[in-house]
Design a protein around this ligand. Structure first.
Ligand SMILES: *Cc1c(COP(=O)(O)O)cnc(C)c1O
Length: 458
């Protein structure tokens, strides 16, 4: 077998093991390094031998995050067509910088972008960039926002930078993800520019809070950051109300929709993000709820001119301006793999109906896991999933909070993998369901594993 045959066989073996392997990895770092050279070897190894050695080394340290019982953080698996296309992309080794460096990469990326906007029901004229993840999608979209709000003040930030520039404030949902903060750090705005906004409903910005904050400095360059799907309870802002308020005050509205934007692909769930198409920019992930392999994020903006102004670079050896869109006009990266193609594959494998069904199925599974667990003695429901995220607290007989012990016990069982968080100052277990391949049986196995751990720990 040559190295590609071995890689293919190893990939199949891993996928076939997902139902039976422990969901958490059980290896120690030493286990993962045992079969590998300890120092950079003077002489190389045959390619087939290298692939075999790396596969064997990785095996004890692999989680079953591609499977149906991984509910920690917010992670999807990889749809079969998306995974297979990703493997082809590695073999093709295209550099999708310009239409001229990879005609296929650029043309198919443009189709992926069109399908993406249709799937998410965003404006057909919107610009988009396929980046490494939602973190860089925030950087990309917020760079476009920074350009636009400063251009309004007669300032060209790409040329003049931020030294001496008009100040920018960012009015952000108080439950914003820390990747928003890091994007603002990278963009030179710093975390101090954030004014957190809340309201009466958990995880949601109220119209009054937004109006008050805007009125606080009506002339100031302003970006508003709203949430589609916060990572604890899946709460989304009231875009239909908030976007017009912000925009009539001259602000740019950016949405963190890492997973929650996909609710707009489901007729049943779209009401939770009603009005989301009114925003100025959106950041989302392919590698979470669309179930592409890593790395795949998307930045989308309503303002192609601002997007291009923030990203476009030229150099003498760069040939641009042909009939086909040049990806690097929209991305912070220069060289990049054909990362839009697995997204195209996922969208084609699912179609509009299949995408909606997958999103809804994840929400149903999240609710079923929650309902199954809160029936158990000692489990306290904190937030029943309205989308695909839920929170549960565990209590000992004396009332002590057992959540962290339960998370450790569930993960040690190998039957499911969950993560924790804090909610209202209390430790809780989070449930997040993003996997295309989670089944009713996975739900039942998870509830049974939680029940067994709870009986033992109480
Ligand atoms: C995961 C996540 C991010 C960051 O996305 P990456 O793809 O990991 O960069 C941002 N916001 C929310 C709400 C998320 O769940």
């Amino acid at each position: 077998m040559d190295s590609l045959d071995i890689a293919f066989a190893e990939a199949r073996r891993y996928l076939a093991s997902l139902d039976t392997r422990p969901v958490a990895s059980r290896g120690t770092p030493a286990d993962m390094l045992a079969g590998l050279p300890a120092q950079f070897p003077a002489q190389g190894m045959a390619a087939a031998e290298v692939v075999r050695a790396i596969a064997a080394a990785a095996e004890p340290g692999l989680t079953a995050s591609a499977g149906g019982r991984f509910f920690a953080w917010v992670k999807g698996g990889a749809l079969p067509a998306a995974l297979a296309t990703d493997m082809m992309c590695s073999a093709w080794d295209q550099n999708v910088v310009l239409a001229s460096t990879s005609p296929a990469g650029a043309v198919l990326e443009a189709l992926a972008g069109q399908f993406l906007l249709e799937a998410l029901r965003l404006p057909a004229e919107a610009s988009y960039a396929f980046v490494t993840g939602c973190q860089m999608a925030h950087v990309t979209a917020l760079a476009a926002a920074r350009h636009a709000v400063l251009a309004d003040k007669g300032w060209n930030v790409e040329v003049q930078g931020l030294n001496g520039a008009p100040a920018i404030r960012v009015l952000a949902n108080a439950h914003h993800h820390s990747s928003v903060t890091r994007a603002l750090r990278l963009l030179g705005l710093g975390s101090d520019c954030i004014v957190p906004l809340g309201g009466d409903e958990p995880g949601r910005v109220s119209a009054d809070a937004l109006r008050l904050a805007l009125a606080d400095a009506p002339q100031m360059a302003t970006i508003v950051v709203l949430n589609a799907g916060d990572l604890n309870i899946g709460a989304s802002d009231d875009f239909a109300t908030l976007c017009p308020i912000a925009q009539s005050a001259g602000a740019w509205v950016h949405v963190d929709g890492a997973f929650g934007l996909w609710a707009n692909a489901s007729p049943r769930l779209a009401s939770q993000v009603a009005g989301i198409e009114l925003a100025d920019s959106w950041a989302t992930d392919g590698h979470k709820w669309l179930n592409t392999p890593y790395d795949c994020g998307m930045a989308i903006t309503r303002h192609p001119d601002a997007h291009i102004a923030a990203m476009r670079m030229t150099a003498a050896y760069v040939t641009t301006g042909g009939a086909v869109r040049d990806p690097m006009d929209f991305t912070p990266e220069w060289s990049r793999r054909a990362r839009a193609l697995p997204a195209l594959a996922a969208l084609m494998e699912l179609g509009r109906d299949g995408l909606a069904a997958m999103i809804e199925r994840c929400c149903d599974h999240a609710a079923a896991i929650y309902d199954g667990i809160v029936r158990l003695e000692g489990a306290v429901g904190i937030a029943r999933p309205t989308l695909n995220q839920g929170l549960i607290r565990f209590e000992a007989r004396d009332g002590d909070n057992l959540s962290d012990e339960m998370i450790a016990a569930i993960n040690a069982s190998g039957e499911a993998f969950v993560s924790g968080g804090s909610w209202d100052g209390e430790r809780v277990m989070r449930i997040s369901v993003c996997g295309w391949n989670t089944t009713d049986n996975d739900v039942a196995r998870t509830v049974a594993a939680v029940g067994a751990a709870l009986t033992r720990l109480r």
